[in-house]
Write a protein that binds this ligand. Structure first.
Ligand code: NAG
Ligand code: NAG
Ligand code: NAG
Length: 545
């Protein structure tokens, strides 16, 4: 039976090597900033108040992506990012930010404006330039480099090597107009603004552009990508130096496809391959799932402006030729995580900075979550651990040992967003009951809690069972701008994960954009009476359905 199997996988490899399908990654990685070092493509994304923040993904072909580190290991933007003392930062935090590799000093630089200041983190490139762009996974070590008192809103960083070999650093940023400032990395690794922002593009009265990405293309030609949210992308071009004058041209305007009910591809950037092909990478508003990346080839016209290659119907293509032929692969985000080893995988992010003293990895497997807060408010509870849902439909299953729960504790598997619901355990006295709770909500303006949830279905009392499996089957097929209802189904297993029993109704998912981050799978544990209880999360399984 060996031969046919090998033959089949060889065929699959061959056919999958020729073309790719959009979206390239059906996960919520918004505000992308994509660039290349050698033969490695990097993709930085925004994460709001989730922690660690600003995940960095890598790819060898622009199609298969894997998160490899987070540029902001701890959100250092103030107390509310710790979710303590009745403060919270939902929807604040890391918005569109930027990341580039500074080859001469072998350093990756992340910067982003958070609530009026621009924060900077750097990590040694550990000779990425010499290693064809590669950085060993264990070598990432991000360090805070303070903040500037100026806000580079929606910034795009350019590390601009001059003809004489010197390096200057520029940031394009702003809303509703686009400015360029010059910054400098000092010998000690800190940063200063050396030339304040100058407006280089004003789209005119009443028009907003944002999401700037800044590039140098060839000698002395500067290119800026900006979006007019949420449906146009405009390219600005200067051959007269970094400060312009810039002329502009529409790249895409309400381009249809490649998915229905997912808005228009926008707020992207460009990247070239080693072979000199160009690609435009942008995102779709694919709510309730969030914002997901799509890729299309781009060609440069005689007027010096690029054009996106569309399909025969002038739409963003569902399928294109592979940008790069390579046998190098990144790892796939499906399967089971048993929480082995000394650190969480880069797929996981907490709802805010966690209390580091209240969770631990056992090393040999398992994640222990102690209760951190006594609260009746899911959104005020620290140490809820989340990860992105894979679209269009996937299931997330947590296996948990709940024997350490105390009277009043609440723990389980949550579908986490500004409208949330969970399947979990409520411990009352010595009784642990399986329940489904819906109706958790935040207000859409100040993100205060407006719904604390109520039990809509009750399952069995757990008796002596210590391990319980909680499954969430989430349908995040885009329904943005429609009244089509997507739902999550909850189930549990108390027989070793063999049989899953549905519990509660199909719970509708909110597909509004205001919270920005899409739905996530999460696991939580908080107290309503006293601290001291804990659960052990033994595994999480992510599967397409
Ligand atoms: C937030 O928590 C981190 C540890 O997770 C701590 O280092 C930091 O001082 C806290 N910040 C504030 C403002 O309390
Ligand atoms: C990849 O290989 C296929 C098949 O040989 C070829 O058609 C395609 O042009 C190649 N793509 C690139 C980017 O080199
Ligand atoms: C639970 O465990 C206790 C002690 O081992 C045992 O006496 C009891 O019968 C068990 N109950 C159930 C429902 O299995």
């Amino acid at each position: 039976m060996r031969l046919p199997h090998l033959f089949l996988s060889a065929l699959t490899a061959l056919s999958s090597a020729q073309t790719f399908r959009n979206p390239v990654l059906w996960e919520d990685y918004p505000d992308l900033d994509v660039f290349r070092v050698g033969s490695v493509y990097y993709y930085s994304s925004s994460t709001f108040a989730y922690s660690p923040g600003a995940p960095l993904l890598k790819s060898y072909d622009l199609v298969n992506w894997e998160p490899i580190t987070h540029s902001v290991p701890t959100l250092n933007f103030g107390a509310k990012y710790n979710l303590t003392s009745n403060t919270r930062a939902y929807v604040k935090g890391i918005w569109a930010s930027t990341l580039r590799y500074y080859a001469k000093r072998d350093v990756f630089i992340w910067l982003g404006c958070v609530e009026g200041r621009t924060y900077i983190w750097t990590a040694s490139g550990t000779n990425a330039a010499k290693n064809n762009g590669e950085v060993e996974a264990s070598a990432w070590n991000w360090l805070p480099k303070g903040s500037l008192s100026v806000c580079y809103y929606d910034s795009g960083l350019l590390i601009d090597e001059q003809d004489d070999g010197s390096v200057r650093m520029y940031v394009a940023y702003g809303n509703p107009r686009i400015s360029i400032a010059e910054i400098r990395m000092e010998e000690d690794g800190t940063f200063n603004e050396v030339s304040a922002g100058r407006v280089v593009y004003d789209p005119g009265q009443g028009i907003t552009v944002e999401g700037a990405r800044l590039y140098k293309k060839g000698k002395g030609e500067y290119v800026i990508f900006v979006t007019r949210p949420a449906d146009q992308e405009i390219v600005l071009r200067s051959t007269g130096g970094i400060y312009g004058p810039y002329t502009s041209k529409m790249l895409v305007n309400r381009i249809q496809g490649p998915l229905s009910n997912a808005g228009y591809a926008h707020q992207g950037g460009m990247v070239d391959t080693e072979e000199g092909r160009w690609y435009y990478v942008a995102f779709l508003d694919a709510y309730p799932g969030g914002r997901i990346p799509v890729v299309a080839p781009m060609v440069w016209g005689g007027d010096g402006f690029p054009r996106v290659e569309t399909d025969s119907g002038e739409r963003w293509g569902v399928e294109y030729g592979m940008p790069v032929n390579t046998t190098r692969r990144v790892s796939v985000n499906l399967g089971t995580d048993e929480f082995k080893g000394g650190r969480l995988s880069e797929h996981w992010e907490w709802n805010h900075n966690p209390d580091g003293g209240k969770w631990r990895l056992e090393g040999s497997g398992g994640l222990v979550l102690q209760t951190v807060d006594v609260t009746g408010d899911l959104f005020a509870a620290r140490n809820t651990l989340t990860r992105r849902i894979v679209g269009p439909k996937s299931s997330g299953t947590f296996r948990m040992d709940v024997s350490g729960m105390r009277d009043g504790d609440r723990a389980g598997a949550v579908l986490f967003r500004d409208r949330s619901a969970y399947v979990g355990v409520h411990k009352e006295g010595t009784t642990a009951k399986v329940v489904v709770v819906t109706g958790f909500s935040l207000t859409q303006s100040s993100w205060e809690t407006s719904g604390r949830g109520s039990v809509v279905a009750t399952g069995p009392t757990l008796g002596n069972a210590t391990d319980v499996w909680f499954k969430m089957e989430a349908d995040v097929t885009p329904a943005f701008g429609t009244s089509t209802e997507r739902t999550v189904l909850f189930s549990y297993s108390v027989d070793g994960g063999k049989t899953f029993v549905r519990l509660g109704p199909a719970v509708p998912l909110a597909n509004s954009w205001q919270y920005f981050t899409g739905y996530r799978f999460g696991v939580f544990n908080h107290a309503t009476k006293t601290l001291g209880g804990e659960v052990k999360v033994k595994s999480f399984t992510l599967a397409k359905i």
